[in-house]
Design a protein around this ligand. Structure first.
Ligand code: PMP
Length: 297
């Protein structure tokens, strides 16, 4: 990966020079909270659903017990503008915005966290590629034990176990059930099913992250006269569905083929939402939602 400038601990530094101790609370225990945010390049740069990402990060900060307030939207945009200039970025990209404890300490640390904002070059998904997915025995972490609504690094180890299992079954991605046996989410994205022209997605009480893209998809569908059923979804319903897709800031809309499926082709309603989503992330006035923040550099 290119050695981009990042903003770390109040300075612009090359990523390779941004260091922390191997004994820091964050390296040892995954004690960090973060967001991945996409920035799309059209006539200008457009940050997608920035306020919602900042709000979720602020919630994560409080829930993990980090003793700090999140930076303001304006401070964030100023740092972003500088990163675009320093790195001479001309294309779509995404950023990782992470708060961590860079001091030598334990998981019980109540030291002051620092943050970094780092660009990652990431192209838009293409419409004709799909991923294979397997349902795993590995269950999604439960909100009563380790809340999946907190976007914390350590939560991703649950996704890692599921991913290893999915790969051992020959699939690219896992789909996890929750502790009650209902469909939950993938390791880094939420899931939608299409059945007889209807859209279904696991409800928010199914141990999922409150995905910003999931919300975007539901709103886009509603604007287009499709109501989404948010509900408990069984394995049978998954297997009986006509189309499946994942959604997430990184995944955007990713068409899915289940491992046991024969005669697969990307479905028409998946193609429809894929196209609408690409419009929504770049069109400043998409259905009057004000989802994009324009950033002139
Ligand atoms: N679930 C998990 C576990 C994730 O990591 C992500 C990616 N942030 C999502 C769902 C999708 O969330 P969002 O649409 O907010 O990116």
């Amino acid at each position: 990966m290119k050695d981009y400038y990042i903003y770390y601990n109040n300075n612009f530094v090359r990523q390779g020079n941004a260091t922390l101790s191997v004994l820091s609370a964050s390296t040892q225990f995954g004690l960090n909270v973060f967001e991945g945010i996409r920035i799309y390049k059209e006539d200008s740069f457009y940050v997608f659903r920035l306020e919602d990402h900042l709000k979720r990060l602020n919630n994560s900060l409080h829930q993990i017990g980090f003793n700090t307030e999140i930076i303001s939207k304006n401070e964030f945009l100023n740092i972003l503008r500088e990163l675009i200039i320093l790195n001479n970025i001309k294309t779509d990209f995404s950023i990782r915005f992470t708060y961590l404890i860079n001091e030598i300490d334990s998981w019980s640390s109540n030291k002051q966290p620092v943050f970094f904002i780092a660009p990652l070059i990431k192209e838009r998904n293409s419409s004709d590629t799909y991923k294979t997915m397997a349902l795993t025995k590995t269950k999604r972490i439960s909100s009563s034990a380790m809340d999946p609504k907190v976007k914390c690094g350590a939560n991703y180890i649950n996704g890692r176990y599921a991913l290893l299992e999915a790969r051992s079954k020959g699939a690219e991605l896992p789909l996890l059930k929750n502790k009650d046996g209902f469909i939950s989410e993938s390791s880094g994205a939420c899931v939608f099913l299409v059945k007889k022209g209807e859209f279904l997605t696991p409800s928010l009480d199914c141990d999922i992250l409150e995905s910003i893209t999931r919300d975007t998809v539901i709103k886009i569908l509603l604007e287009n006269k499709f109501k989404t059923k948010e509900k408990l979804i069984s394995e049978e319903e998954l297997n009986e569905s006509d189309e499946i897709f994942l959604c997430g800031s990184a995944a955007e809309i990713t068409p899915i083929k289940l491992m046991n499926e024969t005669d697969f082709k990307i479905g028409n309603l998946t193609k429809f939402i894929f196209k609408e989503y690409q419009l929504a992330v770049t069109d400043k006035s998409y259905k009057d939602f004000s989802w994009t923040t324009k950033l002139d550099v």
